[in-house]
Design a protein around this ligand. Structure first.
Ligand SMILES: NC(=O)c1ccc[n+]([C@@H]2O[C@H](COP(=O)([O-])OP(=O)(O)OC[C@H]3O[C@@H](n4cnc5c(N)ncnc54)[C@H](OP(=O)(O)O)[C@@H]3O)[C@@H](O)[C@H]2O)c1
Length: 245
């Protein structure tokens, strides 16, 4: 992999971790892979846009995160599993001095996560972020199965409250892996600090887009880093810069 910006040069595996390290403190960064025309899936899942470089960055971002936040649509479509110590991410986490596991946090207005889901029973217990309007029986069933349920908001999930509660549990640096509905809500709430976008050299058309609905005001992130491998661009955009939100 090579860095094009800010300083050109080769990037090895250790350098890749350094390229995505964050300063201490709270942050929410979002990671997506998209085609040149903004499609985020091929045949309903993201795998068709992936590449070896994208997978390495996916692992690095997970290794650096205190928790992985995801919408229920994505965790279900992509068959999410817990982050375990014996996984590639778990081993990378341990090698850089971090706890080998981290929780997956599923955002679901309706508390749709099933108590039988593969995410339930994880070494770092899965968290479900939901709201008062969710069926109390569903919430209780999840808690009974060992899921930590955070009720954030009344009729809808309030993301700033959710991030406050996660920080209170020690999960300050949160990686959001989408999908588009969650990204839209996070941008609208103004809680996104960084967008890490892998741009695959593909034209797809007709599939889910990064954002399905218009934002009230366009968001204009600042490019802070650009890496490249096999024609795939890995852009790191800051939304925390003045004027980005
Ligand atoms: N290329 C990529 O990098 C990438 C990344 C992520 C996802 N994807 C793709 O995106 C697709 C999934 O998209 P999606 O539109 O279903 O997105 P999603 O945001 O993952 O899931 C939507 C569901 O999550 C819950 N949710 C999301 N935001 C919420 C909020 N602010 N408040 C409360 N609940 C919220 C709701 O669940 P309930 O209905 O349970 O209330 C909602 O129905 C999949 O095909 C996946 O493969 C691609």
């Amino acid at each position: 992999m090579r860095r094009l910006l800010p300083t050109p040069g080769d990037v090895d595996d250790a350098g890749l971790v350094d390229a995505y390290r964050l300063l201490p403190g709270r942050s929410l960064r979002v990671n997506f892979v998209a085609s040149l025309d903004g499609a985020i899936t091929v045949g309903g899942v993201s795998e068709g846009l992936g590449s070896p470089g994208d997978k390495r960055i996916f692992r690095v971002l997970r290794a650096l995160a205190d928790a992985v936040l995801v919408g229920h649509g994505t965790s279900s479509a992509e068959g999410y599993r817990p982050i375990t110590a014996d996984s590639a991410v778990g081993r990378l986490r341990a090698s850089i001095g971090r706890p080998p596991t981290a929780p997956v946090v599923v955002v679901s207005r309706r508390a749709s996560l099933s108590p039988d889901d593969r995410l339930v029973g994880a070494p770092s217990p899965t968290i479900c972020v939901t709201c008062e309007a969710a069926d109390p029986a569903r919430r209780a069933a999840l808690e009974g199965a060992g899921v930590r349920v955070l009720v954030c908001g009344e009729d809808d999930v309030d993301l700033p409250t959710a991030l406050d509660q996660l920080a209170g549990l020690g999960h300050e640096q949160v990686l959001c892996e989408g999908g588009p509905q969650l990204l839209h809500a996070a941008l609208t709430a103004g809680v996104v600090d960084e967008l890490d976008l892998s741009i695959a050299p593909a034209l797809v058309g007709g599939e889910s887009r990064l954002l399905a609905d218009a934002l009230g005001t366009p968001v204009r992130p600042a490019l802070v880093q650009l890496l490249e491998e096999d024609g795939v661009l890995f852009a790191r955009y800051s939304l925390a810069a003045p004027g980005a939100r």
